[in-house]
Design a protein around this ligand. Structure first.
Ligand code: BES
Ligand code: ZN
Ligand code: ZN
Length: 499
């Protein structure tokens, strides 16, 4: 899909469709103002008539398609509801652009032009629009012989921007591409079934990406993992015929300042989670191919940063393994010694994510990371708490977490701060080892999981993102296909760029 700046006036653009949006107001009638009024004038008052008839309300993501609109060279005019103006933001704009793309694509349209409202003719708005388009264009059709994307959008033009802002808007398009294509890179990885994405295959995919992006990569095999005494990762991996990998990708800025922070992005990559000996029920188990979502997220972030070039050093540290109930699998009650030296009583082999993150965090610190963020499809408990709406965000110190929450807000990803008070630490004390991998009480499963990770973080500023509920959509949205969401890529890119 090509995305380009278009300087022609909208009425002269001969696209398959022009997309614009209209705001609603209290009378359940779209406001024909600004850009909508211009379109209305070109179309001889048709929009006003539609609004007055009650058909065009401006309700969020309402779609009204007009064919062969008078006064326009385009074949169609798609009006998307933008909701109430006071609730409008770039997050809404992203959804409008995405929903328009999916609506037109499903109708066989090949190219269209997007006309933002006057106040959205800025480079930040252009970036949001293009991010929305790229996000929406993703389909899960890699293995479908008659691809869904036989219907494809080939070209989108951005209309209405001042000719003088061309260079600025084109730079925004490029930034959005770096981010959107990287999100989709992560989503493609998450979609891969576990027979086509073992830890070794994930490592090769990471390697190919790093080579193409010009990033440094180091892949630790099972021998080096054993030499480093990563007992927690090895404990999980020992139940599988497939050997584990620890994938490290580094971005280094051209000029490194002494004392500058080094950001470590640690991502859980369990390429399939059966639960191990504490095996999961069969119903829905196929979804557990997505249990490498945190790792895929961090690889996607590095891919984007290679283009966007933050001023600080950033590395992704991705522990990759299967969690299988093989003959050599670890068993409930087993004790493993993590790389840090801490002993862990494995109460439940299905709480494997925190085990592999423990060693990855220790290794990231060893490599010099001064600041950490981890992302993981870690607990069913976060799904109970926040459903598929918010990412659960834990962290200390609070100011560090607040900076990430601010980035999430800025890029339109919903994240919610979760508590990590000392009281919860009690719940992961073990009788026979330093800690146990499951909380002793009934409640607070997402928090005790976070606390387990924190045991390996110590005083390093750290954020933990539990994306178990948000990394996968069970049902399509108007602006996104069902399946992997790529959540947290945009936030982490923004966070690293601002650090
Ligand atoms: N990968 C799962 C988390 C998960 C569970 C995601 C359900 C989506 C739905 C994780 O490894 C896991 O199995 N966690 C257990 C931990 C429990 C045994 C303490 C869970 O949350 O049920
Ligand atoms: Zn599990
Ligand atoms: Zn898991």
């Amino acid at each position: 899909m090509q995305i380009q700046f278009e300087a022609q006036p909208f009425s002269a653009v001969a696209a398959d469709a022009i997309v614009a949006y209209v705001f609603g107001d209290k009378d359940k009638q779209a406001r024909i103002e600004g850009t909508a009024a211009e379109l209305d004038r070109a179309a001889g008052g048709k929009l006003k008539l539609l609004a007055e008839s009650g058909e065009l309300t401006g309700k969020s993501l309402e779609m009204s398609l007009l064919h062969f609109p008078a006064g326009l060279a385009a074949k169609r005019l798609l009006l998307v509801g933008a909701g109430k103006p006071e609730k409008f933001s770039h997050a809404e704009l992203r959804k409008i652009a995405g929903a328009a793309l999916r609506y037109l694509k499903s109708r066989g349209v090949k190219s269209f032009a997007f006309l933002p409202a006057e106040k959205d003719r800025t480079s930040a708005a252009a970036q949001a629009i293009v991010e929305g388009l790229l996000h929406a264009n993703f389909e899960s059709d890699t293995y479908q012989t008659e691809k869904k994307s036989n219907k494809s959008i080939d070209r989108v033009a951005l209309l209405g921007f001042a000719a003088a802002s061309r260079a600025e808007v084109e730079a925004a398009i490029e930034r959005a591409k770096a981010i959107g294509d990287s999100e989709n890179f992560s989503r493609d990885l998450i979609n891969e079934p576990s027979n086509r994405l073992t830890p070794r295959m994930l490592a090769s995919r990471a390697e190919a990406m790093a080579k193409e992006a010009g990033l440094e990569i180091d892949i630790l095999d099972e021998k080096r993992i054993a030499e480093l005494k990563m007992g927690a990762l090895l404990g999980v991996a020992q139940g599988s015929e497939e050997p584990p990998r620890m994938i490290v990708i580094r971005y280094r800025p051209a000029q490194k300042k002494a004392g500058a922070p080094i950001l470590g992005l640690v991502g859980k990559a369990v390429t399939f989670d059966t639960g191990g000996i504490s095996i999961k029920p069969a119903d829905g188990m196929e979804k557990m191919k997505y249990d490498m979502g945190g790792g895929a997220t961090m690889l996607g972030v590095l891919r984007a940063l290679a283009v966007l070039k933050p001023t600080i050093e950033v590395m992704a540290v991705v522990p990759a393994t299967e969690n299988m109930p093989g003959g050599r699998a670890q068993k409930p009650g087993d004790v493993q010694i993590a790389m840090s030296g801490k002993s862990i009583e494995v109460i439940n082999t299905d709480a494997e994510g925190r085990l592999i993150l423990a060693d990855a965090i220790t290794y990231a610190k060893k490599l010099g990371c001064t600041h950490l963020v981890d992302a993981a499809t870690l607990t069913g408990a976060i799904v109970v708490a926040l459903a598929d709406v918010h990412v659960g965000a834990f962290g200390t110190p609070r100011e560090y977490l607040d900076r990430l929450l601010e980035s999430a807000r800025a890029v339109g990803e919903k994240m919610w701060p979760m508590p990590i008070d000392d009281e919860y630490e009690e719940m992961i004390k073990s009788n026979i080892a330093d800690i146990r991998n499951v909380g002793s009480g009934k409640g607070g499963g997402a928090i005790t999981a976070a606390w387990f990770i924190k045991e390996f973080v110590d005083d390093t500023p750290w954020i933990h993102l539990d994306i178990a509920g948000t990394a996968w959509l069970d049902d399509a949205k108007p602006w996104a296909a069902k399946g992997p969401t790529g959540v947290a890529v945009r936030t982490l890119v923004d966070f690293a760029m601002k650090m």
